[in-house]
Design a protein around this ligand. Structure first.
Ligand SMILES: [Fe+2]
Length: 322
């Protein structure tokens, strides 16, 4: 019998001291089977970041692959009003390129998009600014800039960073709730562009700072550059600890840099176990196309909704649940 599905057994080659792996043995020319998807999920729960070289998926196949790992976000809820989409009929695809809707490289004349891309160069976990946070993200290279012009993606092992905290620090952060704001990150990255935005004017996503990564049973330090303040404190009171934890988690020993080698490469990561960022200052930024497309699943763990399970907004906007 001819099977439509790939049922290959995968092998993982570790990439960094404590996390990350390059995965071989998955045949992406066919939809992956439930068994292969389960193996990939297990590997991602263990390694946090999985690199698939030459997966060569198209938009439709990326959506189909991602659906194996949970319910996907609809990008329309997360788009700034007025921005035109390159893939209006595939709302699961987040366009994280440096291109406008016509496929032209963005220039400094589009400060909001350029500012958003700068925000993505600060350490974060996808959708930590949303009450329903992201679990897995899958990022695929469609068109890479010339080699040597930048564009690597970097990751931090936030579970290993938690493991290394002192007992005293663990006790201090154990009950803290972080109020996360997309606009806080954007203002940090591009203060002039977002000068008129006041993060406190919009609802913030409230997530615990120290969390159990349920699939591995390990604790995770969920600190990002969306972190505005902790419950019961002002931004000024919270800032020293936010910065101390960001400095801790971003040490070289927790870092993995993934170089994109060829169009068709794809990386999957677990936003509840690692942090990531685009690398800043790439020479390609306003010169060469970097067409990257992301899909993300919603976190279904007990921490998925943070401490606001009845939130009625997404990305700062009211939802129809109200
Ligand atoms: Fe991201």
């Amino acid at each position: 019998m001819i099977t439509r599905e790939s049922t290959s057994t995968l092998t993982c080659t570790p990439l960094a001291r404590t996390f990350g792996a390059e995965v071989h043995g998955v045949d992406f020319s066919k939809p992956v089977s439930k068994e292969t998807a389960a193996e990939i999920r297990d590997a991602c729960n263990k390694y946090g970041v999985l690199v698939f070289r030459g997966a060569n998926l198209n938009n439709e196949q990326q959506i189909e692959f991602t659906a194996n790992f949970g319910e996907m976000y609809d990008v329309k809820a997360h788009m700034k009003a007025g921005r035109r989409m390159r893939f209006p009929h595939q709302p699961e695809i987040f366009d994280v390129s440096n291109l406008d809707e016509n496929g032209n490289v963005l220039t400094e004349l589009e400060p909001a998009r350029v500012g958003a891309n700068k925000g993505n160069c600060l350490w974060h976990a996808d959708m930590a600014y949303n009450p329903r946070r992201a679990h897995y993200s899958i990022l695929r290279a469609v068109e890479l800039p010339p080699k040597g012009t930048g564009g690597a993606t970097q990751y931090l092992d936030s579970r290993a960073a938690y493991d290394d905290l002192s007992e005293e620090m663990r006790r201090r952060i154990d009950s803290l709730v972080c109020n996360n704001s997309l606009y806080h990150n954007r203002k940090l990255a591009a203060p002039d562009t977002f000068a008129d935005f006041e993060p406190s004017d919009l609802p913030m996503a409230r997530h615990k700072l120290a969390q159990m990564h349920e699939e591995s049973g390990r604790m995770n330090l969920y600190i990002t550059t969306y972190a505005h303040h902790f419950d019961g404190e002002t931004i000024g009171q919270s800032r020293p600890l936010v910065n101390e934890l960001l400095d801790h988690v971003s040490q070289e020993k927790y870092l993995l840099t993934v170089e994109w080698e060829n169009n068709g490469d794809m990386v999957m990561w677990d936003n509840t176990a690692v942090l990531h960022r685009a690398t800043p200052g790439g020479a390609y930024t306003t010169k060469y196309k970097r067409d990257m497309r992301r899909t993300s699943t919603k976190d279904s763990s007990s921490y998925g909704w943070g401490v606001d399970p009845n939130a009625t907004w997404e990305a700062g906007l009211r939802t129809t649940k109200e």
